[in-house]
Ligand binder design. Structure first.
Ligand SMILES: NC(=O)c1ccc[n+]([C@@H]2O[C@H](COP(=O)([O-])OP(=O)(O)OC[C@H]3O[C@@H](n4cnc5c(N)ncnc54)[C@H](O)[C@@H]3O)[C@@H](O)[C@H]2O)c1
Length: 309
């Protein structure tokens, strides 16, 4: 078990901590994002506890992490498979699992939450953890669309609360958006930037505004592509080809919508539209709504804008 470095004296409040190295991380939510975050943190020498609601889910998450690590090791240690196996085992030793977040946060420097995208559920989780986590522990949410300040509002550690927005698939994607609310202390923000770098990621600083940077640009762009198609300006195939060959994007907007999930995209745009109904960039799309109502959610259901095998 890695030792935690906590360099702050009793005469300083936790928000005035001189220096804070994040070594022990609790990741809540062992789904797509949480498992990826746990894998990357463990691979970079952090001690990680992964939390979810059932042992079954955690077994699946652990198996997923192991398989993903094996793929990494196969590439990284192509010449020396035995070193690859040692790497996998070493990383796996850094990860443990639990179904009880409250009982594992006592020794943690950072809680990263990657549970269901629901404000009330996230608030309930952080509200409960706030009562049992040590003073110095930083809380961070991986939310894609909810204001960090709203999630943090149920805790008494507003200065030690920020956003860490990772991208899917976490082991591959280099970017982390680090989000500072008006109440996040500079020390907390710096610790989150340092942590992102320690994971081998490239952090960018964001304000706590809808969609931060990437989704704020990407979601209206994808929706505008759907509107363009709805207005009869081009087939989805032509629009995808145009953006790949003309703008150099690796995927067209319809391919990307299928990859992200049509339900996820609809959820995000509906949330923004509810808050800012006059903004035409956030207008809902009848075609997107129709496909979601038919259960055509993209790659994960086998069909979205395209059919997937
Ligand atoms: N999927 C993406 O591309 C993506 C990208 C960036 C951010 N996000 C955000 O990350 C978060 C998780 O997304 P995901 O795609 O990994 O979802 P997911 O459905 O794959 O995983 C969520 C996990 O959280 C668990 N969970 C739910 N409530 C819990 C609770 N109270 N305590 C512990 N575990 C709980 C679920 O059992 C599930 O395993 C969301 O906030 C989402 O907006 C998603």
């Amino acid at each position: 078990m890695a030792f935690v470095t906590r360099q702050f004296s009793r005469s300083f409040s936790s928000s005035q901590a001189l220096h804070h190295t994040i070594k022990h991380v609790t990741v809540i939510g062992g789904g797509l994002m949480g498992a990826g975050i746990a894998q990357v943190a463990a691979s970079t020498g952090h001690s990680v506890v992964l939390v979810d609601t059932s042992a079954d889910i955690l077994n699946k998450s652990a198996k997923g992490i192991e398989n993903s690590l094996k793929r990494v090791a196969k590439k990284k240690f192509a010449e020396k498979p035995e070193d690859g196996e040692a790497f996998v085992q070493k990383v796996l030793k850094n990860v443990s699992t639990s179904t009880d977040a409250a009982s594992v946060v006592h020794g943690t420097d950072l809680v990263v939450e990657a549970i269901v995208e629901n404000l009330k559920v996230k608030q309930d989780l952080f509200g409960a953890l706030d009562k049992v986590a040590p003073e110095h522990t930083i809380f961070a949410s991986n939310t894609s669309s909810l204001p960090i300040a709203d999630i943090a509002s149920c805790t008494a550690r507003l200065d030690r609360f920020g956003g860490l927005h990772f991208f899917n698939p976490v082991p591959m994607m280099k970017l982390v958006e680090v989000i500072k609310t008006p109440a996040t202390s500079q020390q907390t923000f710096d610790a989150l930037l340092e942590f992102s770098k320690a994971l081998g990621k490239h952090p960018v600083s964001c304000k706590d505004t809808p969609g931060f940077i990437v989704n704020r640009l990407l979601v209206p762009y994808m929706l505008e592509a759907v509107r363009l198609h709805e207005r009869g300006h081009g087939s989805k195939e032509d629009i995808d080809v145009a953006m790949k060959l003309g703008a150099g994007y690796p995927m067209g907007p319809f391919e990307l919508l299928d990859y992200v999930g049509l339900d996820t995209s609809k959820f995000i745009i509906d949330g923004w539209h509810a808050k800012d109904p006059d903004n035409p960039l956030f207008a809902p799309s009848p075609l997107l709504n129709k496909l979601v109502s038919e259960g055509k959610l993209g790659k994960k259901t086998g069909e979205g804008f395209y059919k997937h095998k």
